[in-house]
Design a protein around this ligand. Sequence first.
Ligand SMILES: Nc1nc2c(ncn2[C@@H]2O[C@H](COP(=O)(O)OP(=O)(O)OP(=O)(O)O)[C@@H](O)[C@H]2O)c(=O)[nH]1
Ligand SMILES: [Mg+2]
Ligand SMILES: [Zn+2]
Length: 351
Amino acid sequence: LNDHYRLLASLGWNDLFQSSFTEITSDDLDSQNSGTLLPGRVIGQGKGHYHLQIAPQEILEAAITTKFHDAVSDSTGFPTVGDWVTFRRGNGTRQATIHHLLKRQSLIQRRRAGTQQDMQLIAANVDFMLIVTSLNKDFDLQRLERYVALGTDSGSTVAVLLSKADLCSDPGEYIEKVEAKFKGLEVFAISIGELQSMNPSIDPTINPLAKFFAPGKTAVLVGSSGAGKSTLTNFLLGSDSQKTQTLGADSRGRHTTTARHLRFTRFGGLVIDTPGMQEVSAVDQQDDLETTFSDIEESMLRCKFTNCQHKSEPGCAILDSLKTGKLSPTHWENYLAAKAKASRPHKKRPR
Ligand SMILES: Nc1nc2c(ncn2[C@@H]2O[C@H](COP(=O)(O)OP(=O)(O)OP(=O)(O)O)[C@@H](O)[C@H]2O)c(=O)[nH]1
Ligand SMILES: [Mg+2]
Ligand SMILES: [Zn+2]
């Protein structure tokens, strides 16, 4: 078992998670009948399920139990990308059930649009929150301030990556501006071309970014759409697996990335790419489905059937929440409308 936990260290496992795990599982009465509880890390979330990384090469598909779901009092109680959870695995299958959320070391969250209290979770258990903001006409200190505020009290260390330095005649001037406004924050100007030319070396003695992606560490990239988060992610992964925006006059504000995933970088550490965030005030129309309606997507995780259409199926969590008033009909209709809009063919970008 000790070997197992050594493997988990490469996924970010540490003493804090270990002690939370021990505390939770020491009074687990079901292990005799239902199998042992093990720790896994949430690396992604789909419709009706989570993806759990349980070893460097092993990923399971998992759903939370009804007991877990019913014990949750608000959206912060659900697992999000980066979370450690306990799971039980089905015999000889790649399916698992999630039973507990382990204590979080850090949590990046923001208030959901149009609500007072409801929080939208961005990522958990990250060591570094890297704000990516581009050095072109979009550069905006006030917006940067709102991103910095996301990191405050999150438990993670914030740093600023000024992207597309190749498009800027004097990156140093911007570094100074940001450093002057946010005392103590580390600020770097980066350009993908330059990073690639150092390729594959992200040697800490040459590249100051290396520490963010060191083995066992987790970094999340946040920032507005088009800032270059996925382009940087692809560099870190050493592959083109993240779709990036094609350049074009109208590409501003489009969301190319629509979901969050935690992945291994080729430097040993882990990175979470996220969909660009809109200004909090402008969320309603523009924001992607995942971020505005994550409460609904979370509820769907409880539908009895993973292909539930939420129309008349038995065990449908959506119909249930509508009936009990937990979900407002207006919010549900907005979701359906936004979803229909997002899947209309003309929204697809020409290749
Ligand atoms: N000139 C220049 N362009 C870059 C650089 N990095 C990224 N880009 C371009 O910026 C555009 C947007 O990049 P993405 O990586 O898709 O942006 P994103 O932040 O992931 O956007 P969303 O997924 O919508 O949030 C793409 O056309 C990239 O090729 C850079 O260092 N220099
Ligand atoms: Mg992206
Ligand atoms: Zn349903």
